[in-house]
Design a protein. Structure first.
Length: 361
């Protein structure tokens, strides 16, 4: 049964608990036709209405097996694109705020990548495999699919990079320099064998000889949120709380990951803290909504943000309960709002690169 109408008829004036009640009513009405997926960085109210919450890999896997006709993706644009690629043409994926992008994904464009690839291929003999972090536009996944490469996430980057190294190939890793570096380094590629590819410079800013000598090319992209964490933050916490443990996301700079006790995807961070003993102390180097939720959910442990600054992903934060209400309300009236649809020719090769990732995960 529908709840009684709220006296304020403009949903923008409704208090949040009313919006959340309406979302619950609409979910009950739409039933199995709708599945709500949410990334760990979403605000608590969104996590509360989601059917599944996870990291990029877990959410891509959930989309790939979903049977609902509509998936409402509470995350950022590349995640909704990935879900669209992995679902059937009869299913639709909706992003409640189409402006929710990812600034790291925007640091690699198809044109810049084609230019880099062309120049690299002209000077470097032998096989080069492109690997794109899932935080990239569908057009980049399409590029990777066309060149025999694979997509990776923060939780499976190791398997994907190992797969490429085992083929005796050089690796062109984009757009996140930091994830590429730590992953290759932990697979025994020395730092001297990696070069940062400056996307604005001819040959990435290197001589042909340096390009020929390198084994791993790291696109100079980064996450503005994780770039905030510094080795000094770790030193400060260790001084204040000598028995604190530090866990960070692999989008953090190399020096931060080196000084931390653990690193891993958002899902790994969640599981590590869940499974830690009562009384343990944690400084967490990732987005603040997730860190605050972990602190609330584990009052028997000390969970703090590694950074004294507000490490907020402004894009993830764009999705509000009202945005989800609007999308569901329109659906209940037979209208589709916020659809993300990857054009067929791009989706085909991008799907190949994603399926390679899923099979190697
Ligand atoms: P995860 O896949 O670890 O959730 O990371 C996604 C992301 O965008 C982190 O900034
Ligand atoms: Fe993109 Fe960084 Fe936000 Fe993750 S935290 S979605 S990488 S901007």
């Amino acid at each position: 049964m529908d709840a009684a109408p709220h006296p304020a008829s403009d949903p923008r004036d409704w208090p949040e608990d009313v919006v959340l009640e309406r979302i619950a009513d609409l979910k009950a009405r739409l039933g199995r036709d709708v599945l709500i997926l949410a990334h760990h960085y979403q605000r608590d109210a969104i996590v509360g209405v989601a059917d599944h919450v996870g990291d990029s890999l877990k959410l891509a896997q959930a989309a790939a097996v979903a049977t609902a006709r509509t998936i409402v993706f509470c995350g950022v644009h590349f995640m909704a694109e990935t879900a669209d690629i992995l679902t059937s043409p009869e299913q639709s994926v909706l992003l409640p705020e189409l402006r929710a992008g990812c600034s790291m994904a925007d640091m690699a464009t198809p044109d810049a990548l084609e230019w880099a690839w062309e120049r690299l291929s002209a000077v470097s003999p032998g096989k080069v495999l492109p690997i794109t972090y899932i935080n990239s536009a569908a057009s980049l996944k399409d590029f990777v699919g066309r060149h025999g490469g694979a997509v990776c996430t923060s939780s499976n980057a190791r398997s994907i990079v190992r797969w490429a190294l085992e083929q005796d190939a050089k690796i062109f890793f984009f757009p996140d320099e930091h994830l590429g570096r730590i992953t290759a380094y932990e697979l025994d590629v020395p730092l001297e064998d990696m070069v940062v590819w400056d996307r604005d410079k001819e040959l990435g800013g290197h001589t042909p000889a340096a390009v020929r000598a390198a084994r791993v090319f790291l696109w100079n992209g980064f996450c503005v949120v994780h770039q905030m964490f510094e080795p000094e933050d770790i030193a400060d916490w260790r001084q204040k709380e000598p028995d604190i443990q530090v866990i960070v996301h692999p989008e953090c700079p190399f020096a931060v990951i080196q000084d931390a006790d653990f690193h891993g995807s958002t899902e790994k961070i969640v599981r590590t803290i869940e499974n830690a003993p009562a009384g343990s102390k944690w400084a967490v180097g990732t987005e603040i909504n997730l860190v605050a939720r972990l602190a609330d959910r584990h009052p028997d442990k000390m969970v703090v943000s590694l950074s004294p600054h507000q490490a907020l992903c402004a894009n993830m934060y764009k999705i509000k309960p009202l945005s989800v209400f609007r999308v569901l309300d329109a659906l209940a009236e037979g209208r589709v709002l916020g659809r993300v649809q990857v054009p067929g020719p791009v989706a085909g090769q991008a799907r190949e690169a994603l399926e390679r990732m899923l099979s190697l995960s």
